[in-house]
Design a protein around this ligand. Structure first.
Ligand SMILES: NC(=O)c1ccc[n+]([C@@H]2O[C@H](COP(=O)([O-])OP(=O)(O)OC[C@H]3O[C@@H](n4cnc5c(N)ncnc54)[C@H](O)[C@@H]3O)[C@@H](O)[C@H]2O)c1
Ligand SMILES: O=C(O)C(=O)C[C@]1(C(=O)O)C=C[C@@H](O)C=C1
Length: 307
């Protein structure tokens, strides 16, 4: 039985996420033809050179025309303008999806431009690395990782089912989630942690210790992890914070309160507070492991598997 889910899929924006999708799609033979478009001619040239996409097009509209599924893989702040550009060429019955890290903003800016008869099923794969661009992708990125589908009101069940099939075929575990809830959950699990990592590395640099070779040489795993995360793409993360403002600010507010409490405990020598707090957080980590939910990037850094 054929595993093919769509005849033609267009990937708009050929970076880490789109290139990983392409290799994963090819690995499993999920799509007849994959077209692709990126804004810069340099990226399009690179894509052609490494065989990323069956056909690399010179405009988003050319890539989207005739496609059964178009996936917007650009930074969240660029989704609306791409959607406006491709809207006139979409074929009736096609599905528009995206991979943006924020969902409410994407729905508010993209949905108004979806033509009558075209389906819209936003999505977000919870997998990535600090690398970006067309050469950063690899087929295993989504293996055993979550992909959240965030259907809008009146999303066509068949369009949702087909997209679910595509993500499952790429190796992901799929669940559905409501947009505001998604944005709050991601503010806790991804957005605030990234901001904290950016800050920590910035603070260390202020102290002129990051570039000190001894600090790098002897830095413990915790700080190394911060520097990895703080190397993530500036455009992508600028857009995430500007478009998930409320949830991120709420979580950062709570974070600051907890931090102040810990700061006070250190200043006043309140060892009980510190011990109880760390005992509580250790129990959370152990609970995650016992529930089999440890998502420590098992696929980070693997070689890209060519189709
Ligand atoms: N990197 C991650 O860890 C991760 C994880 C999940 C979801 N996402 C989301 O996926 C999307 C893409 O992220 P990525 O990591 O692949 O980024 P990336 O920087 O690797 O790639 C983005 C691509 O989009 C192109 N682009 C930017 N603006 C464009 C425009 N206006 N028109 C056409 N192309 C344009 C860039 O040239 C680049 O090729 C973002 O919305 C991001 O929030 C990222
Ligand atoms: O593994 C990483 O480097 C990531 O930052 C991936 C990560 C995350 O925070 O978990 C980053 C952004 C996303 O939208 C989804 C996944």
């Amino acid at each position: 039985m054929s595993k093919q889910i769509y005849d033609r899929v267009a990937l708009i924006g050929l970076g880490l996420i789109a290139s990983s999708m392409f290799w994963a799609i090819k690995r499993a033979g999920l799509v007849g033809e994959v077209t692709g478009y990126a804004r810069s001619s340099e990226t399009r040239d690179t894509a052609r050179r490494i065989g990323l996409c069956d056909r690399v097009c010179d405009s988003a509209a050319e890539a989207a025309e005739g496609s059964d599924l178009v996936v917007l893989c650009v930074p969240v702040g660029a989704m609306e303008s791409v959607m406006k550009e491709i809207a006139p060429v979409l074929k009736p019955g096609a599905t528009i999806s995206d991979v943006g890290s924020v969902k409410r903003h994407v729905i508010e800016t993209v949905q108004p431009h979806i033509p009558e008869g075209v389906h819209f099923v936003p999505a977000h794969p919870l997998a990535g690395t600090e690398h970006s661009g067309p050469e950063a992708g690899f087929a295993e990125l989504y293996d055993n990782r979550w992909c959240l589908l965030v259907p809008v009101e009146n999303s066509d069940p068949k369009a949702v089912a087909a997209l679910r099939g595509l993500w499952e075929g790429m190796g992901a575990n799929v669940e559905e989630m409501e947009a505001d809830h998604h944005d709050l959950v991601l503010a806790v699990t991804s957005h605030a942690p990234h901001l904290i990592a950016y800050t920590m590395v910035g603070v260390a640099d202020d102290l002129r210790r990051v570039t000190d070779s001894e600090v790098i040489k002897y830095s413990a795993a915790g700080f190394r992890d911060f520097t990895r995360i703080a190397a993530s793409d500036p455009t992508m993360w600028r857009d995430v914070f500007l478009t998930n403002k409320d949830a991120t600010l709420e979580i950062l507010g709570r974070f600051t309160e907890e931090l102040f409490a810990l700061q006070r405990a250190i200043r006043t020598g309140d060892g009980d507070h510190l011990f109880d707090y760390f005992t509580h957080t250790r129990a959370i980590r152990r609970g995650i492991i016992e529930a089999g939910q440890d998502t420590d990037a098992p696929n980070f850094g693997r070689e890209r598997a060519k189709p």
